[in-house]
Design a protein around this ligand. Structure first.
Ligand code: AMP
Length: 427
């Protein structure tokens, strides 16, 4: 009887080698680069009390209304798989009193899976991964520019092409109120041309209509009021300062007066980044300032700003590196049962030098062993048969030259080191 087979749930995927190696390299770049800007890593649970997201993201948002994975556990608690990272980071900050127990700066980054029940399509999944940052307690406009610069530098660093930064300020609760009023009046006057979704949300969440991708709505919003006419003085000054700081940091951007963000708490600076190769309406990075959120989650009345990058979208647009690095450099091939012990010791010796090594322990012929070495892309094969075992030697085969010689383990290791250039491997 053959067994039933299973597939990964819709909208999720397995990250397989060699793609997993590329992901690991991008994550390594994150860890180095983000530290340069003073951000430290934080890891939070992938599920939280459901209420945290209702409060932290906003009950009127699409995420909370339609996309959250909510469940009741066996103890009766209502939980949700995290749909984004900000609420969790802020919850952890408040819970552990990091404002009192840690010195500044309060800058954090995270890397991990997020969950949203969306209709799966290219660039939109139900489990996806984000790299994100949050800077808490810093209100200066230069910080907005620094955070944007970090996102931009990161995308450049990992090799994204044609990066475009879009920037807006969506004002603060004070100036947004009259703006929302003006928008609402405008939507009402054009309601017959809006899509059903927008008609439904135009009163409750008039800003969101600006973000609608529907063609009919797009036509209507060309004539919509713009925020510039409603900014209060502090918001206008802040935005101008962000722009000049971006100029000072040499980060190119375009102003998009219709850019809004999906979460309720965003205020003032909002930004998105796109790159070459993305679908027209997809951003690879999105972020903004959320000055009221930490207080709303029970923390100090501190400002905050952050962004999140979608890993799947990013990996999708990154050019393939020309030559994938082989995962394994050396393979041991014991030809007899008795040689397996020597192979095991040998593997460990070579690994300790920082060289990825594997032993094919299921003893077979030299021919089948070399075939698997070829498929694994290894540079060296160490063959240990009866003769080698007796003499305490290894036969070292250089796959790139199809040449082999029998050496003492010490000599063989030296030859491997020389050929691979250990310094290069350590980078
Ligand atoms: P958001 O948290 O909605 O601001 O999204 C930030 C970034 O996460 C987006 O720019 C995307 O790159 C990525 N992202 C958001 N939702 C998804 C999804 N369902 N599938 C894949 N990536 C996503």
């Amino acid at each position: 009887m053959t067994g039933k087979t299973y597939q990964a749930p819709r909208g999720t995927s397995d990250l397989l080698p060699p793609a997993s190696e590329r992901w690991a390299r991008v994550e390594a770049t994150t860890r180095t680069l983000f530290r340069l800007y003073g951000f430290q890593e934080i890891r939070t649970p992938i599920f939280e009390a459901r209420e945290l997201f209702d409060r932290g993201i906003g009950e009127m948002t699409d995420i909370v209304e339609k996309q959250m994975y909510v469940f009741q556990d066996r103890g009766g608690d209502w939980l949700a798989l995290r749909p984004e990272g900000t609420a969790s980071v802020l919850r952890a900050f408040v819970e552990h009193h990091l404002d009192q127990t840690m010195p500044p700066p309060y800058r954090y980054f995270y890397i991990g899976p997020m969950f949203r029940h969306e209709r799966p399509q290219r660039g939109r999944y139900r489990q996806f991964h984000q790299i994100g940052v949050e800077a808490l307690g810093e209100s200066a406009p230069e910080v907005d520019a620094e955070v944007i610069a970090l996102g931009w530098e990161f995308l450049r660093h990992v090799g994204a092409r044609g990066i475009q930064v879009e920037l807006n300020s969506i004002g603060c609760p004070t100036c947004r109120l009259p703006y929302q009023g003006a928008l609402r009046a405008y939507w009402q006057a054009h309601a017959d041309k809006l899509c059903p979704d927008c008609r439904r949300r135009m009163d409750r969440n008039p800003l969101r209509v600006l973000d609608c991708k529907n063609e009919a709505c797009q036509a209507v919003l060309q004539g919509a009021p713009v925020i510039d006419d409603y900014w209060c003085n502090p918001c206008r000054t802040h935005f101008e300062a962000v722009r000049s700081a971006l100029a000072a940091l040499d980060v190119p951007y375009v102003r998009n007066a219709r850019l809004v963000r999906g979460l309720d708490y965003y205020m003032r600076t909002a930004f998105e980044m796109t790159t070459e190769g993305l679908g027209a309406q997809n951003a690879v990075l999105g972020g903004g300032r959320y000055d009221g959120l930490l207080r709303a989650l029970g923390g100090p009345d501190w400002p905050g700003i952050g962004f999140a990058i979608g890993m799947e979208r990013l990996m999708d647009v990154l050019p393939e590196t020309a030559e994938p690095v082989p995962a394994l450099a050396v393979m041991f091939l014991p030809l007899t049962e008795a040689a397996r012990g020597a192979a095991l010791q040998g593997v460990q010796t070579v690994r300790r030098l920082g060289i990825p090594t594997w032993a094919r322990m299921d003893v077979g012929s030299v021919k089948s062993g070399l075939r698997s070495a070829y498929r694994a892309g290894v540079r060296f094969v160490v063959i240990i048969g009866e003769d080698e075992l007796r003499a305490g030697q290894w036969t070292l085969r250089d796959m790139s030259a199809s040449r082999q010689e029998t050496l003492s383990p010490k000599e063989a290791v030296e030859a491997i080191r020389r050929a691979l250039g250990l310094d290069a491997l350590e980078t």
